[in-house]
Design a protein around this ligand. Sequence first.
Ligand SMILES: NC(=O)c1ccc[n+]([C@@H]2O[C@H](COP(=O)([O-])OP(=O)(O)OC[C@H]3O[C@@H](n4cnc5c(N)ncnc54)[C@H](OP(=O)(O)O)[C@@H]3O)[C@@H](O)[C@H]2O)c1
Length: 378
Amino acid sequence: MGIASIVFGRIVPVLVLLVAIFLGWFATVPMAPGIFFAIMGPAFEKKLPPVLFGHGKMKGTPPVPDDMMPEPRPANEMFQILPSGDKMPSSGIGMCCRGTAYDDVLVRRSVLWYLLLGGRHIDGAHVYLNHKAIGLGIKDAIERGVPREEIFFTTKIFPNFYGYNSTLETVPKWLDETGLEYIDMVLMHAPDLPLARSECKKAGISNKQCRQDTWKALSELKEKGIMRNIGVSNFLPEQMKELQDLNLEPIANNQFQWNAFVPGEQQTIFDYCVENNISITGYYSLGGSLQKAQASTVETLQLLAEKYEVSVSKLMLRWSIQRGTAVIPGTGNPKHMKENLQVYELEISSEDIQAINELRDSEIASKFMYIDPKNWGE
Ligand SMILES: NC(=O)c1ccc[n+]([C@@H]2O[C@H](COP(=O)([O-])OP(=O)(O)OC[C@H]3O[C@@H](n4cnc5c(N)ncnc54)[C@H](OP(=O)(O)O)[C@@H]3O)[C@@H](O)[C@H]2O)c1
């Protein structure tokens, strides 16, 4: 048998079958994207995915010393003030994507480390599959003296669960999963998802109607006290306007990609939020989880980091905060947690803020990962 007939007669059909099985699984199992990320996150870092091989085997976050007690909150801490009056700390921690975010033992430890080090803002999502471990970390910290009312926990509903009934059914379950009496903020994770299979899709309901139905259900759940604030993520201005037109709860927050390299169109989203009193949380603040090392090679950032005697990471986080966003860099490393909480100590001059703003128009910007929010779906 020739090579061509082996490739086209055996290998290609098997690959096509595997891709078809994968796409079918992805499109029909609601948590398939979460399981996919839970495999790929650790795999990218050459670690065995705990979702397949068991939790507690991964290295990365050391145990918290038994006698460690809460340290003071950071000096000069800054906040985003939400329409409810709640104060969301500007420096938070993200619980997704890096390998250590998918090992429940390390997630529990990192939440405890972070809260004992003075951090108070935790960013999660249903699709990160780690609600339970985050809840246990919060419980551990409360037992060591961190007041629950100081903690701000955000989570997100994934498009596969959108729809009025599905939202009413899904979100309250998270109280049991996390062990919390209330959630501080629930965001709609994205306007839509390619291949999403929500109650709306099955019923042929348009994306716009589906988002509005979901918002209606979230507003009702907020009224019941399940969560204190509701918001969106990766939404474009017109998609936020659809929700505002319902005259239900105000949009408390939009979480989207924000760093010095994102194209100018993200500025339109940013400006819409500012004009509409919608607080902003940026992700990929360090350039994207796979590109933080690349950010350290950008000359402008290197020179400014040297000038202020800080790391490029701290400079980038502070730039975002000074531009008016909250940041949620993920880390399982207590040293990085500490550094990210010291971001309030730095003050970048307006001239240097402008120099960083200008990176967006430089050639280097195109080398950083950018997911166009229009790709999330109409
Ligand atoms: N709404 C959305 O659609 C969406 C999308 C993506 C992400 N998010 C959220 O945003 C969060 C942040 O995402 P991201 O992609 O920016 O980052 P990430 O995936 O959380 O990873 C950040 C990376 O930076 C490293 N790091 C953190 N602090 C550092 C420091 N001070 N110095 C050097 N390295 C540092 C971490 O490594 P170490 O562990 O070694 O510190 C980690 O590898 C996520 O965790 C998630 O909560 C939301």
